[in-house]
Ligand binder design. Structure first.
Ligand SMILES: [Zn+2]
Length: 490
């Protein structure tokens, strides 16, 4: 009797498992993108530039790279002559833009251009930045970092991808539209920051404050961020994916300060300040923040999922069941983990000055990148809860933290469609979460529609050696911005 009921239960279980499997496979077959993918491509064939004009534009990008516009945390170290020279070069190269768009100098180096609209209405902010990060060892570069060399179908140099190709492409697009006598329906503000790499507070921060103080309404913001890639989205087998940042992570640096009596190194105490610091660090490292798919990453999964190879497609099609598996996959690589959790990186350690002295103080700086949904306050709370001995290990906030995006930009919108329709190729367009920081965050209080995307294909060497970009990609960028500006939603 018992045996019979066991068999009956097993049959039901087997039936359930079979149905589940059929369901999973069926969902995978019918898996299509969760939002209708907008169709890129149309704009690119309509180009106003002859090959001679394109070459001249490339020449201007080469010249732009030759200005060593390196921003510095310590403004005393700033070489203002390089920035002044760069601004003079821009004024000479883009005369109509400078005559008609009345540039305003903010914070000592940022340019804010205002392109009046044909009528009053919410404006568009286009952002790029003039400043670049320093070069560590120029002898290691294939071409001189400030040479602006064109070789192997690419343009090479510090700042070409971050962010001078965008900046020059935007100015080329605007200048060409002005030559035709075009003016936008509503105002367009072009903000060319000079301190993005050190936080953007003087530049983009002031530009946002300027717009806010004049109560100038904004419809949308477009800044650098995502780009087109054939290589960086695993499983896409060379298909280009355009990653449009609809949100960005927050930024927080904290310092742990451990204190304990020091003394002679020949008679160390059982627990010294460095010991306390190390165990505090380990405690934090052993308790990573939980992984989760935020809205932009869920949308990304919905868009790329149908194009992935089988086992991954099955997982992405059945996220309700397989999300833990997907998250584990993401968490396995540094880039993947950054997209799904608040990360924590020890970046500076400091203790001791002499071999025979036990230091009485040890310090560690930790940089955190906050996932949307967290805040600086809740993150600090969680860190403090993890530190066992707050009387001996203190936690301090360093510098200016930035909150993560509270509300991602809407991808089901004309603003997003316009980005997609201005793109060059058969790229698959998808929202994603920016793990780095951009100047765009200064504008989040002014409109929800803040997008982080630069129309460049596989830019290489961000903040690293041999920074370069394909010349064809720079030309595509010019066409992108021209189409974008000419087709802004009413
Ligand atoms: Zn940048």
């Amino acid at each position: 009797m018992k045996m019979a009921s066991l068999i009956r239960s097993l049959r039901w279980l087997l039936l359930f498992v079979c149905l589940l499997l059929v369901g999973l496979v069926a969902r995978t077959f019918w898996f299509s993108t969760t939002a209708p993918a907008p169709s890129p491509g149309l704009a690119q064939s309509l180009t106003p530039w002859s090959s001679t004009q394109r070459m001249a534009a490339l020449g201007r990008l080469q010249q732009a790279i030759r200005y060593r516009t390196i921003s510095q945390d310590d403004t005393q170290l700033l070489d203002t002559t390089q920035f002044a020279g760069f601004r003079r070069f821009l004024a000479a190269s883009y005369p109509l833009t400078h005559q008609q768009l009345q540039p305003r100098l903010l914070g000592g180096g940022t340019l804010l251009f205002t392109w009046p609209g044909r009528s009053v209405g919410p404006g568009t902010v286009l952002l790029a930045h003039q400043d670049v990060v320093p070069v560590e060892d120029s002898a290691q570069w294939a071409y001189p970092p400030f040479g602006g060399v064109v070789a192997r179908d690419s343009i090479w140099g510090r700042g070409v991808t971050d962010n001078k190709a965008n900046l020059i492409a935007q100015l080329e697009a605007i200048e060409s539209l002005l030559q035709e006598g075009y003016s936008p329906t509503h105002p367009v503000y072009l903000v060319l920051g000079h301190d993005e790499e050190v936080g953007g507070w003087r530049g983009a921060g002031r530009a946002a404050a300027w717009l806010k103080s004049r109560q100038l309404p904004l419809a949308r913001v477009l800044d650098e961020g995502g780009f087109i890639t054939r290589r960086r989205v695993p499983g896409m087998q060379g298909r280009p994916v355009a990653l449009v940042g609809t949100a960005e992570k927050g930024f927080l640096t904290v310092e742990l300060v451990a204190r304990a009596p020091g003394g002679h190194a020949s008679m160390p105490a059982a627990e010294t300040a460095p010991d306390l610091l190390l165990s505090a660090l380990q405690q934090l490292r052993h308790h990573p923040f939980p992984a989760q798919l935020t809205e932009p990453m869920q949308q990304l999964a919905g868009h790329i999922g149908p194009h992935l190879p089988w086992p991954q497609r099955l997982a992405f099609a059945n996220r309700w069941l397989m999300e833990p598996l997907i998250l584990r996959g993401y968490a396995a690589t540094p880039a993947g983990a950054a997209a799904v959790r608040t990360t924590l990186a020890p970046v500076r350690l400091q203790a001791g000055t002499k071999d025979n002295v036990v230091p009485s103080e040890a310090r560690a700086r930790i940089n955190l990148r906050l996932l949307p949904g967290y805040s600086v306050a809740t993150t600090l709370q969680q860190l403090r809860a993890l530190l066992p001995d707050s009387s001996r290990v203190h936690l301090l906030v360093v510098g200016r933290p930035a909150e993560p995006t509270a509300m991602p930009a809407r991808s089901a919108s004309a603003d997003y469609e316009l980005i997609a329709s201005s793109l060059p190729s058969r790229a698959l367009v998808t929202p994603f979460l920016m793990v780095g920081q951009t100047d765009a965050r200064h504008f989040t209080g002014l409109t929800r529609q803040v997008f982080r995307f630069g129309p460049m294909s596989d830019p290489a060497g961000f903040h690293a050696r041999d920074e370069h970009l394909a010349v064809s990609s720079f030309y595509e960028g010019m066409r992108f911005y021209r189409h974008y500006l000419k087709n802004l939603p009413e």
